[in-house]
Design a protein around this ligand. Structure first.
Ligand SMILES: Nc1ncnc2c1ncn2[C@@H]1O[C@H](COP(=O)(O)OP(=O)(O)OP(=O)(O)O)[C@@H](O)[C@H]1O
Ligand SMILES: [Mg+2]
Length: 402
């Protein structure tokens, strides 16, 4: 492998609406943009690959396009996994350190995590990430890194992010058929969080909502750790379909109308505002009518999210509020509906800017891909530093398990 190839990181986000490839290179530890491609997805259904042939052809074309822009050869990638099949669960486990006080080792941490992850999982569930929420040494909670501490008992509270094994396999097969090997699979919410959330927000408690086309995936951080992950099967495509049915328009026209004139709050649209549309016949359309169709869908989506957060016991943990990202976050009024449903402050999650990144990527729909790149860069660096320093060693243990 040449030096340039060695420094290359490529990520793949096979979304329900768009397939995105993003390439970055690492120079003296610094990550910078070197190419991207975005194509309309094919063969996707409910956030999963349903028809391998068309989905893989899009991946192949997107990879080739990114290769031309970045002037590199792409043969492997880190892939995002998301959608309604994602489930998170919190467990804990621990053990006595041979009945006496002694220094806690990396092996002990591994053993505690093994105990905590040994829960019954339904068949066809794959573990994507093991995310320690805190360690407890002799019942003292709130410990992030116990290696080197002295104690007689070690416990860990763990968040386990799982996905459907067959959905994961289809995504990997889709990438393979598109001509790229998959080196790692990362939960899309974790990636999107990497690109949009601050350390303070994660500490105070925050919910990141990634409103995609077929699903809305979310993750809650509290006291710096993942407290909850979930997904509801409603996304921007449902808003568009409601418009298409309600106004008797083709889906492509409904999508255009939504992007240009859509609003999720009826009362925010001036009462007399109208536009002229040519299809199905030339007519005037009240803009409020569009909002009247979109608002109930937005409320329903946020109701599902709120119920999920309530059941997960994290609804009152959102001190820093909620952050909306994904293409669906661009619908005007979504922030207001979210604020009124969850009763917390809400902001849009624009992805951080990579060095040399073109302006068109500064859009919430790129948050997952940009976050995948940041995540892959960070875990790569911490793996390289595995033997230097305790923190790096600990992170390396808990890097994606796939
Ligand atoms: N300006 C906009 N206004 C309203 N909606 C928008 C806008 N831009 C994009 N969207 C919506 O965002 C959705 C696509 O978002 P995104 O690209 O994040 O999805 P995806 O990653 O392909 O899908 P998923 O994450 O569900 O697999 C579409 O439903 C689209 O209608
Ligand atoms: Mg997405």
């Amino acid at each position: 492998m040449s030096q340039a190839q060695d420094n290359l990181i490529v990520v793949l986000d096979v979304g329900s609406a768009s397939t995105r490839v993003l390439a970055g290179d690492v120079n003296e530890g610094a990550l910078r943009y070197c190419g991207h491609a975005e194509l309309a997805s094919a063969g996707m259904r409910k956030g999963m690959v349903a028809d391998l042939g068309p989905a893989a052809r899009v991946v192949k074309n997107a990879v080739e396009q990114a290769e031309r822009v970045a002037r590199v050869n792409i043969d492997s990638c880190v892939v995002g996994v998301g959608g309604p099949h994602i489930r998170g669960l919190n467990t804990n486990g621990g053990f006595d350190l041979a009945g006496r006080m002694r220094e806690i080792t990396r092996e002990d941490v591994k053993t505690a995590v093994e105990r905590a992850r040994a829960v019954e999982r339904p068949p066809d569930r794959e573990i994507l990430h093991l995310l320690p929420r805190q360690f407890l040494v002799d019942d003292q909670p709130g410990i992030f890194d116990p290696i080197g501490m002295i104690g007689a008992r070690l416990e860990v509270d763990l968040h386990i992010a799982t996905c459907s094994g067959s959905a994961l396999q289809s995504t990997v097969t889709c990438a393979n058929r598109g001509g790229v090997e998959v080196t790692e699979a990362v939960l899309e919410q974790i990636a999107a969080a990497e690109a949009t959330l601050s350390a303070d927000e994660r500490e105070l408690g925050v919910c990141l909502l990634d409103i995609g086309a077929h699903s809305t995936d979310f993750i809650v951080f509290f006291e710096g750790a993942v407290a909850h992950t979930g997904s509801v099967p409603v996304g921007g495509a449902h808003f568009t379909n409601d418009l298409a049915v309600g106004l008797q328009l083709p889906v492509t026209q409904a999508e255009e109308l939504k992007r240009q004139y859509g609003h999720a709050v009826v009362t925010a649209v001036p009462q007399n505002a109208e536009i002229e549309i040519a299809n199905p016949q030339p007519q005037m359309l009240r803009l409020r009518m569009i909002a009247e169709i979109l608002e109930p869908r937005a409320r329903e989506l946020l109701y599902f999210v709120r119920e999920n957060l309530r059941q997960g016991g994290v609804l009152d943990a959102l001190g820093a509020g909620c952050v909306l990202t994904g293409g669906g976050a661009m619908l005007p009024g979504m922030l207001d509906v979210t604020e009124s449903q969850l009763r917390v402050p809400v902001r849009t999650g624009m992805p951080v800017r990579l060095s040399q990144m073109p302006g068109e990527l500064a859009h919430p729909s790129w948050a997952t891909a940009i976050g995948l790149l940041l995540y892959a860069h960070r875990t790569r660096a911490s793996r390289a530093a595995e033997n230097n320093g305790l923190r790096a060693r600990l992170r390396a243990i808990f890097a994606a398990t796939y």
